[in-house]
Design a protein around this ligand. Structure first.
Ligand code: OXD
Ligand code: MN
Length: 586
């Protein structure tokens, strides 16, 4: 009798008609074999084996460099279940449109079967996925980003408890590209793209879109959040999870070398992109990182912005769409020096001004998490780490202060639900446009976001010790257009204030939008920053916020009567607080 997995593999083989089928075991020998093939067929270019051992450069098709949200679909029986923020196809129509693209799609190619585990081997919260793909780049990347092969097969046994994901490069034509999710069947179909977010199906497709749907039904949370631990001078570690939209610095924050390290504040990395969380026996929300690697944005990464990753990616790493120097080392804008003469850009052309940026703005590194010296000793704990603070944030040139704390859980859900950020190169489309991105989940929520907000509110009622909820904005600019806050390692000063708030210390002043640090409550020793700049960073402009309320209202109206009343009530209360604060004094 074949197992459910074997049956699905046979069915897929009949559909896609590959030349051969290879089951991946995740072993070293298999990795070496695949790399040798990828070097021979040009999927990979070798990097300098002395300075970057077992590291490779992959150049993608120039039309396939970022997530493509316009062709990403949630395929639920009823459109209302996908909600107004997702593209929707009925499961039948999705099969009708995508099925023909998969028909015979792997002719002449190898079909790889990749069993993988999302989450630590020891954790009961981890889940099995199986990806079938015809891309060797995907296989090598999945080996970094997930626990692949034997460990997943052992967890799965003969059961049908896995998320199947079928991926084919197809002909890479954007017109024939679909990233389709069938949450009711826990199935993923992706065709026409080799880009990480579209093709490494364990990441956005499973660990966020399908998992968020499962989490809502099963009473847990799957969030687009980094997880970090902040150690204080007594050695106690407080864990925090932060949701920022793509390419807003989650990896850099999670891997930060703290500017306050000499005073005993150190940051430990648990995850940089995704958190799966459940209420533990102790009444805290416990988080695991379902991933095993970091798929980070390369441009701007250097020894000041993220020294830990710069050290970590010197071995067993894959670079996608970066430049390459004559020494066969990767190069990107903001790496430090250069580019040295003779550097080639991400398309393989001479790196000249006329040929545009050397590295694509969404070029990436893929590096095993265990190689980071900041990796937490608890990152693979079976029960995860207890979360004391949630941090929401985004890029807002004007509006949001450096940091504020919500009034309570319900207000915190409102703060997350009204998040907005200026768009980045992580998805195709215009960059720098302000868009609503609730909880940084807009492109990743596998069901109706109105219900998702309801799920957050419900979770709050089941967590005895809910995380405190904060909002940060590292990107506020002054009148001269320059960033007001230095960011990166200095962000620990803001985390330290949060830690103090969690511990019941930490001075704060109430504003209409929440609590901001009291004067002198932020530790600023050793940082050259003017008092007026700090004041400007923390300023809450009631007129700007009143204007913002119109945008929030418009966004909420999209959800009609399904939007939880609690969020309208928060909206109204904020409006009232703002109008009281702008009312002329008698
Ligand atoms: C990512 C993204 O790659 O959010 O993590 O786009
Ligand atoms: Mn992400």
């Amino acid at each position: 009798m074949s197992s459910p997995l074997e049956k699905w593999v046979e069915e897929t083989e009949r559909l896609t008609k590959p030349e051969r089928v290879v089951w991946c075991d995740g072993s070293e020998q298999e990795h070496e074999r695949l790399v040798a093939q990828s070097l021979a067929d040009g999927t990979f270019l070798p990097l300098n084996p002395k300075t970057y051992p077992d590291c490779y450069l992959h150049r993608s098709d120039p039309s396939d460099v970022a997530r493509t949200e316009q062709v990403t679909f949630i395929c639920t029986s009823s459109q209302a279940d996908a909600g107004p923020t997702n593209n929707w196809l009925s499961p039948a129509e999705a099969r009708q449109r995508i099925g023909p693209l998969l028909q015979g799609a792997m002719k002449g190619r190898t079909m790889f079967v990749i069993p993988y585990l999302m989450g630590p081997a020891a954790s009961p919260a981890s889940k099995v996925g199986v990806e079938i793909t015809d891309s060797p780049y995907v296989v090598t990347s999945m080996r970094v980003m997930t626990r692949m092969g034997q460990v997943a097969m052992e967890r799965l046994g003969k059961s049908d408890d896995f998320v199947p994901g079928l991926h084919s490069l197809g002909d890479l034509n954007p017109k024939r590209r679909f990233i389709a999710h069938f949450p009711e069947e826990k199935l993923i179909w992706s065709v026409g793209s080799g880009y990480g977010g579209n093709a490494l199906l364990g990441k956005k497709c499973f660990a966020l879109r399908i998992a968020s749907y499962m989490a809502r039904n099963q009473g847990w949370m799957a969030e687009h959040m980094l997880i970090l631990g902040l150690e204080d001078p007594s050695g106690q570690v407080t864990y925090m999870a932060a949701a920022f939209p793509s390419a807003c610095g989650k990896t850099n924050l999670a891997m930060m070398v703290s500017a306050l390290e000499k005073s005993g504040y150190r940051v430990w990395t648990v995850g940089d992109d995704i958190a799966w969380m459940r209420v533990g026996a102790d009444g805290y929300l416990h988080a695991i990182n379902p991933e095993a690697g970091f798929f980070g944005v390369a441009p701007g990464t250097n020894k000041n912005t993220n020294p830990n990753v710069i050290a970590a990616l010197r071995k067993h790493s894959i670079f996608t769409n970066v430049g390459i120097t004559p020494e066969n080392e990767p190069w990107w804008e903001g790496i430090g020096d250069g580019p040295p003469a003779g550097t080639r850009n991400w398309r393989g052309e001479a790196a000249t001004k006329d040929n545009g940026p050397v590295a694509h703005p969404n070029s990436r590194y893929t590096v095993p998490a265990r190689q980071a010296s900041s990796i937490s000793p608890h990152w693979e704990d079976a029960e995860g780490v207890p979360i004391s603070a949630f941090i929401f944030g985004g890029r807002r040139a004007r509006l949001a202060p450096l940091v504020y704390e919500s009034r309570d859980w319900q207000h915190g859900v409102f703060v997350g639900a009204t998040m907005a950020s200026e768009t980045t190169a992580a998805a195709t489309g215009a960059v720098g446009i302000t868009r609503r991105d609730p909880m940084a989940m807009l492109p990743f929520c596998g069901y109706n976001m109105a219900e998702y907000f309801g799920h957050w509110l419900k979770m709050g009622r089941t967590i005895a010790h809910p995380p405190r909820v904060f909002h940060v904005n590292w990107f506020r600019r002054g009148a001269d257009g320059k960033f007001l806050w230095p960011g990166y390692g200095e962000n620990v000063r803001v985390l330290k204030w949060m830690l103090e708030r969690v511990a019941g210390r930490g001075g704060a002043v109430e504003t209409p939008i929440g609590f901001v640090p009291a004067p002198n409550a932020l530790t600023l020793e050793g940082l050259r920053i003017e008092k007026q700049t700090v004041e400007e960073l923390l300023r809450v402009d009631a007129a700007d916020w009143t204007e913002e309320m119109a945008g929030t209202k418009k966004f909420f109206e999209k959800f009609g009567s399904q939007l939880p009343g609690e969020l309208w009530s928060e909206h109204q209360q904020l409006e009232q607080r703002l109008s009281r604060s702008t009312a002329p004094r008698k």
